[in-house]
Design a protein around this ligand. Structure first.
Ligand SMILES: *[C@@H]1O[C@H](CO)[C@@H](O)[C@H](O)[C@H]1NC(C)=O
Ligand SMILES: *[C@@H]1O[C@H](CO)[C@@H](O)[C@H](O)[C@H]1NC(C)=O
Ligand SMILES: *[C@@H]1O[C@H](CO)[C@@H](O)[C@H](O)[C@H]1NC(C)=O
Ligand SMILES: *[C@@H]1O[C@H](CO)[C@@H](O)[C@H](O)[C@H]1NC(C)=O
Ligand SMILES: *[C@@H]1O[C@H](CO)[C@@H](O)[C@H](O)[C@H]1NC(C)=O
Length: 378
């Protein structure tokens, strides 16, 4: 595991430049570890076209491209899109980040497959002065050199490529949220939830559906659609907005209430938040440990490792509900090793979830991205 913290070159760069900020071109060409990235920017100038003043360039170092040595063999469009996802529309200084409080920044990538707008990168300062950059599909990198100034903003050198977020289907498969994906499909809301802009989706883990069994699998498609719509908000809400007692209106019409306990556990109605802030192309997904019910909000019980079902006549099953109709990929298509966690993530079930995700992903395999139906190695 990497645990060395990033180094700030602010002081030395300013000194070298005689207190004059350099152009982006001279910063990139002057950094030996960025020669691959610099050559790609020269070859495909669209990567940095439209960078606003006050931007952040996430520059993957040469080691990042060595680890994904097939990346440069992709089409110019693909290379340009993935690297535009590394260009942030605001200036984020590593030195100003607050540990445990993630920031989510818009990128220059205008669209990705069918997804337009809202493609963001999460930046999270962790313990030990480590700064993690989190993209879509489980991709993650670490800041190795921070805050190199240039005339239009700042360059941050990172050690791995980030993957733009995929749609909900791809993301559910990446993280093994197969019952949730199957339930969206059975409720006939999967296409809507994939293509509507700016959504927040609460995705119950597989065990939450197993705990309900026929109490949910026997529902009509339209009743199930109401349940699924109760898991979706028409706005993008990151976990940083989960203040105690906040209410959010779902697209079903009913309200969800956030509650926080003394030990910093977070509940959405009676479901505990297990993994926050997984980015999807049209918003954000949060993993919870219970299926939410518009007819019964339930009361969270902090002492329980997993919350009790809030559906009458729940009876647990061992098979995975709703998965018979969907194609479950058995090989990972992901490049990440860890979840974007915050201090709120705890409990035995979240550990099991994190372990399952770590098992499923596996960095060594390289990053695979599905685009236009074909899997591409990046
Ligand atoms: C989700 O993305 C995958 C891969 O890009 C694509 O094959 C699928 O059609 C998309 N689903 C929807 C509903 O757009
Ligand atoms: C999605 O949110 C962004 C940022 O708030 C906004 O600019 C955009 O218009 C929204 N898109 C839709 C379709 O609501
Ligand atoms: C959240 O609000 C509830 C009800 O107002 C209160 O009992 C509880 O102590 C609050 N939690 C925190 C962490 O302040
Ligand atoms: C996905 O979840 C199921 C049940 O929770 C489990 O049996 C399976 O091993 C998981 N797959 C991966 C790749 O972790
Ligand atoms: C784009 O959307 C269309 C229509 O919804 C769908 O058929 C197609 O599979 C999608 N393509 C991708 C790459 O997501």
């Amino acid at each position: 595991m990497r645990n060395s913290s990033w180094r700030s070159l602010l002081a030395t760069s300013l000194f070298a430049a005689g207190l004059q900020a350099q152009t982006l071109d001279s910063v990139l060409s002057g950094e030996k570890t960025l020669s691959t990235f610099y050559s790609l920017v020269q070859k495909y100038p669209d990567i940095i076209k439209g960078l606003p003043s006050g931007a952040t360039v996430l520059a993957p170092n040469n080691a990042a491209f060595v680890r994904n040595d097939q990346f440069v063999k992709n089409s110019p469009d693909f290379i340009t899109s993935v690297l535009q996802y590394h260009m942030l529309q605001t200036k984020v200084l590593a030195g100003n980040l607050v540990a445990g409080t993630p920031v989510f920044t818009d990128t220059l990538l205008p669209s990705w497959t069918n997804i337009t707008g809202g493609l963001r990168v999460e930046i999270l300062k962790q313990g030990g002065n480590v700064v993690a950059l989190v993209g879509g599909q489980g991709s993650r990198s670490t800041l190795v050199q921070g805050d190199l100034p240039f005339t239009g903003g700042v360059v941050q050198i990172i050690d791995a490529l980030l993957v733009p977020p995929g749609n909900i289907t791809i993301t559910c498969q990446e993280y093994n949220f197969t019952s949730f994906e199957g339930a969206l499909y059975a409720a006939d809301v999967l296409a809507k939830d994939s293509t509507t802009a700016n959504l927040t989706i609460f995705a119950p883990q597989n065990a939450a559906f197993q705990a309900l069994g026929s109490a949910i699998t026997s529902m009509s498609s339209s009743d199930l659609a109401k349940i699924m719509d109760f898991h979706t908000l028409n706005e993008v809400i990151y976990s940083t907005s989960f203040e105690n007692n906040t209410e959010f209106t779902t697209i079903e019409g009913g309200k969800l209430t956030v509650s926080r306990t003394g030990n910093n556990a977070i509940f959405i109605n009676s479901a505990q938040l297990l993994a926050p802030d997984i980015m999807i192309g049209n918003g954000v997904l949060h993993v919870v440990d219970n299926v939410l019910n518009p007819s019964s909000s339930g009361t969270p019980v902090e002492s329980l490792a997993t919350q009790m079902p809030v559906f009458a006549s729940a009876s647990s099953v061992t098979n995975l509900p709703f998965t018979s109709n969907i194609l479950v990929s058995t090989t990972s298509a992901s490049g990440g090793t860890a979840l974007p966690t915050t201090t709120s993530v705890k409990s035995s079930s979240s550990k099991a979830l994190a372990a399952a995700i770590a098992r499923e992903t596996g960095f060594a395999a390289g990053l695979m991205v599905a685009i236009g139906g074909a899997a591409m190695l990046i």
